[in-house]
Design a protein around this ligand. Structure first.
Ligand code: TYM
Length: 332
């Protein structure tokens, strides 16, 4: 059986990078796989979250995922803290993973910066919880953006070491699915930086909640170089901003970068940005409208998450029972 697991943090500012790198692929994969999608509130609190914002963002994220097209009846959508198995398995994996593995995680190094002594222990252990998320459902495939690749390699190492240490063939060795032409969407202000929820400048990203005027303004102001668009993908080399905008267009239109350049090669950026805006608005506006409708009824969102958690828990409990037996824990 092939099962997908993937997660997203409810930290606000859901952006085009999240949509193109992850959510759009999640929606597309629903026909082929049994899917478990999770709003990872436990991961979010590795850095400080105001409790009221956290709850609001959890609901907003669930609404956005439903608005983007997740089928919450056929598949599972829930928030992480509602299923105790995530914490239970994370602890076991914290005892399987090695300090050295965690110390090499680039995301930890970036987030901790120079202030390593003062970040939470949870931020350091984050990848063990992520491995637990995935393996709690014995997921075989995990669709993510490129920035999560190293965490997925660690998940494979954890599964392998657990299986070796205990002499079992229990956890699958998970395959990452890094799909499409926008696996790493970059900031609109700086082509060398990832588009991110935490960038201080709102002009660095297109938020899923931006209206048409804001999207137009952000693309108009997006950094570019003085040359017109090239005719081939090879010529995008060394032009990070151009490459980023062409990648965004390609992903939104379900095309390849080469196909886009066949159409727009030789044009000035000002013209291309207009077309990009129209395309982005045509994809994002309906999502935005549906999301607002969902958010008018938070009881319904909560009911969807609770129902998802119940179904997730049914899978998780049986895995935890097996794992407790393998590890040698007496259980109820
Ligand atoms: P998060 O919440 O930072 O991002 C959610 C998804 O969006 C992708 N993404 C991007 N893709 C392309 N370009 C970008 N600029 C960009 N920014 C973000 C991410 O790769 C991700 O797929 N640790 C994870 C959440 C998580 C998880 C998991 C994922 C927790 N447990 C288990 C998969 C499996 C995170 O912080 O994603």
């Amino acid at each position: 059986m092939n099962r997908i697991f993937s997660g997203i943090q409810p930290t606000g500012n859901l952006h085009l990078g999240n949509y193109l790198g992850a959510i759009r692929n999640w929606v597309a994969l629903q026909d082929e796989f049994e899917c478990v999608f999770c709003v990872v509130d436990q991961h979010a609190i590795t850095v400080w979250q105001d409790p009221k914002d956290l709850l609001r963002h959890t609901r907003e994220m669930a609404a956005a995922l439903m608005a983007a097209g997740l089928d919450v009846e056929k598949h599972i959508l829930f928030n992480q803290s509602m299923v105790p198995g995530h914490s239970q398995l994370a602890w076991i994996f914290e005892c399987v993973a090695r300090m050295g593995w965690m110390s090499r995680m680039t995301q930890f190094k970036e987030k901790a910066g120079k202030d390593r002594e003062r970040v939470s222990l949870g931020l350091f252990a984050y990848p063990a919880l992520m491995a637990a998320d995935i393996l709690l459902y014995q997921a075989t495939h995990v669709p993510v953006g490129e920035d999560q690749k190293q965490h997925l390699e660690l998940t494979r190492d954890v599964a392998q070491k657990f299986n070796n240490d205990f002499g079992v063939e229990y956890f699958p060795i998970t395959e990452p699915l890094i799909l499409g032409e926008a696996t790493r969407v970059m900031s609109l202000r700086d082509g060398s930086k990832k588009m991110s929820k935490s960038d201080a400048s709102d002009f660095s990203r297109i938020n899923l909640t931006d209206d048409a005027d804001t999207i137009a303004q952000k693309f108009r102001k997006a950094k570019t170089d003085p040359e017109p668009l090239p005719a081939t993908v090879e010529e995008l080399e060394g032009r990070p901003e151009a490459s980023n905008l062409v990648g965004i267009y390609a992903a939104l239109a379900d095309m390849t970068k080469a196909g886009v350049l066949d159409q727009v090669g030789g044009r000035a950026f000002s013209e291309f940005k207009g077309e990009l805006t129209d395309l982005a608005v045509s994809v994002l506006e309906p999502i935005n409208t549906r999301m607002k409708v969902y958010l008018e009824d938070t009881d319904r969102i909560d009911a969807v998450l609770r129902d998802g958690a119940e179904r997730a828990n049914a899978i998780a409990e049986s895995v935890i029972r097996d794992v407790y037996d393998i590890v040698g824990f007496l259980r109820v």
